[in-house]
Design a protein around this ligand. Sequence first.
Ligand code: HEC
Length: 125
Amino acid sequence: MKKIYLLVIILSCFACKKEAKKDDLYPTTETAQTPEQLGQEIFDGKGNCYSCHQTNKKIIGQGIQEIAKMYKGKNGQIVSFLKEESYPIVDPAMYATMKTNFAVTKNFTDEELKALEAYILSNSK
Ligand code: HEC
């Protein structure tokens, strides 16, 4: 009987070790994320950007392909736009609608803003 208990204890220790190893893997996957991937995650997630910006057609805001094309063509800085430090160049008539989002984007870190920029620019054709 004692032997069985001992076996159970030993086995459960192995189980613990395996789980600890799995957890160790997560940070590595996180750092392997590219800026574009992080940007997409924010765009589709906490940024809520997708609700007004689709990929290739205008709904409320321009599609991000069009935004990317204009920003590349005019050498614009999406990061400074999202910090409200530069003027709109895509659709200035609709600027007031976009402006409501600066309350959100101003809370993002520079890394997050750069990631959003990288994601948007990666959509240009
Ligand atoms: C409520 C709808 C709405 C949401 C949500 C929204 N946008 Fe916009 N966005 C707009 C509209 C409308 C425009 C066009 C006005 C303009 O060009 O500034 C725009 C324009 C833009 C532009 C072009 C700016 C320029 O120079 O004209 C960028 C870049 C942009 N949005 C990024 C984002 C990002 C990133 C998010 C998420 C954090 C986001 N938007 C969320 C409506 C929205």
